[in-house]
Structure formats: C-alpha cells, structure tokens
Design a protein around this ligand. Sequence first.
Ligand code: G
Ligand code: MN
Length: 298
Amino acid sequence: MVALQTPRLASGSVQARAARRYRRQCSAASPVSEGQLCLQYQPKVDLRTGHMFGVEALMRWRHPRFGLLAPEAFIPQAERAGTIGQFDTWAIQESCRQVRLWDVRAEFSGSVAVNVSALELTQPEFIDVVFDALERNDVAPSRLVVEVTESLAIDHMERAVRALSILSRNGVRVALDDFGTGYSSLMALRFLPLSEVKVDHCFVKDITTCVEDLAIVTAIVAMATAKGAIVVAEGVEKESQLVTVARLGCHAIQGYLTGKPMAPEQLARAVAEHETRLAPREARTTPAEPQRCALVNG
Ligand code: G
Ligand code: MN
C-alpha cells in the first residue's frame, strides 16, 4: 500500500478536509477491492406459519488483523467518505449470486433483504445496479428486499421515493429498517412504497414489562398494516418477547431466538432443520381438513 504524505494544512481548511476524506476513502475502499467482505444471513420467521420466509444479509469485513468486523465498525466511515456505494453494490450483487446458488441447490426459496444507504439509492445508477444483478443471476425481483434506514431516507426523501417506487413497481420489495428511531418516521411511512416495516430492537427489548413499548409497537402495527406492509419485530431473543409481539399483531420476527446471522451454508442447514421440525406440527393440523370439506360440500 502507498504511504500517504500528510500535508501541513490548517485543520479546518478545505484542503485539510479533502486530505482527511482521501485518507478515509483509501482505507474504507480496501475491503471491497481486496475481496475481504462477506455476508451473513439472519432468518426472519413468519409468526403465523412458522416458516423462514426471508433473511437479512448482514455485511462483515474479514479484517486481516482484527478478524470479523461488524458493519458499525466501517460503514459509517464509508458513508462519510462517500465510498458507501461500492459496499452497497457489492452487497446487492453478492446477495443475488447467493440467491441463485440457493435456488440451484434447492436450499432456500425465500427473499434476501439488503441494507442500502440512502446516499446510494438516490444515485442515478442505483436502479441499474439492482436490475443488472437480478438479471445476471436470473433472480426474480420479488426475491430481493431493499432495506432502508428511515433517518437516512428522510434526508433524500424525494429522490428516495422516486427510486424505490421504480423498484417497487417492478417487483422489488422495500423494507423500512429500525423503525421508530429516526426523527421523521411518519414521513417515511407515509411516502415510501413499503412492504415491510421493521420494529427496532430497542422497542422489543423490554416489551414484556414496559407499557410505553407496548403502546409504541401497537401503534406501529396499526400504521404499517393500514399501509399494507407487514411488521417484523427485530432483536427477539426470548420466547416471552415472541409471544408478546405476536399478540400485538407483528407478522414476523428476526432475532437470536430464531437464528443468529450465519454463513450461507449454515443458513441452508438451518432452513432444512427448521422445516423438518415444522412438518410434524403441520401434519397435526390436517384433521381439520375433512371437517372443512364436509362443510363446503354440505
Ligand atoms: O438495524 P439492523 O436490522 O440492520 O441490525 C441488525 C444487527 O442486529 C446485526 O448486526 C445483528 O447481528 C444484530 N442482531 C440481530 N438479532 C439480534 C438479537 O436478537 N439481539 C441483539 N442484541 N442483536 C441482534
Ligand atoms: Mn437492517
């Protein structure tokens, strides 16, 4: 790697800021070009059917010195440096490649949600990046969910709405991440073409005891449902939290209780095991069938 000279500049000057940005860009860009990124996949489970209907792709940096790094360790830096587009593009391409692989091996037929920064989704080339990745890998648009964080989406609302509407009209689904933690959540809920709203971890953590959290999640379910979106409760770690969010009308959960983020091969095994466990439960419900048929026939 080229050692950068540090120019002698007043720290607040335009040149100093540019130099700092350049240094950040150099370090932030490396995991993409060095092939050091990978995706882990965390299941989302439908509370009505019990099926793993989708996964969220979570980015990790296999750092040569520091090991596996979570996105919080490098994504904010890339956003500030303006290099986030490379990360998002890579994640979309890699997710589509993985969906194709799961298809070919008949391992997983659900959707994959990719976190996309608002900065990237308002770039003119973003839509092409998405359609190109889908087409190249022969993946149906409905298998891809673009996950946006509301506080970021708000900054660029008009352009975000335009881009996401084009994607949505063409079958790609849109999820609003970390709902309730931004400053203009209702604007995002009002204007974005959403098929999924994700309730942030922080409202789920104490949901069994905190009346405020109960009220907030109840309101989110009412608003999202009125818009035709499903509600996914994030960060569900305990059975008691699952029971409560289900009672409040959440449609699905994502959290350590039903699966941590995992490598693609591990996810395929988890799906197979999960479906095997579900099968006997579904078989037990079949005695209801004859009764319904009898009613229909009679
Ligand atoms: O905001 P977003 O949905 O992108 O956050 C996903 C992050 O939350 C991931 O880094 C993931 O590892 C973490 N996560 C997922 N499920 C749980 C959980 O049940 N508990 C906690 N504490 N963190 C979780
Ligand atoms: Mn997310």
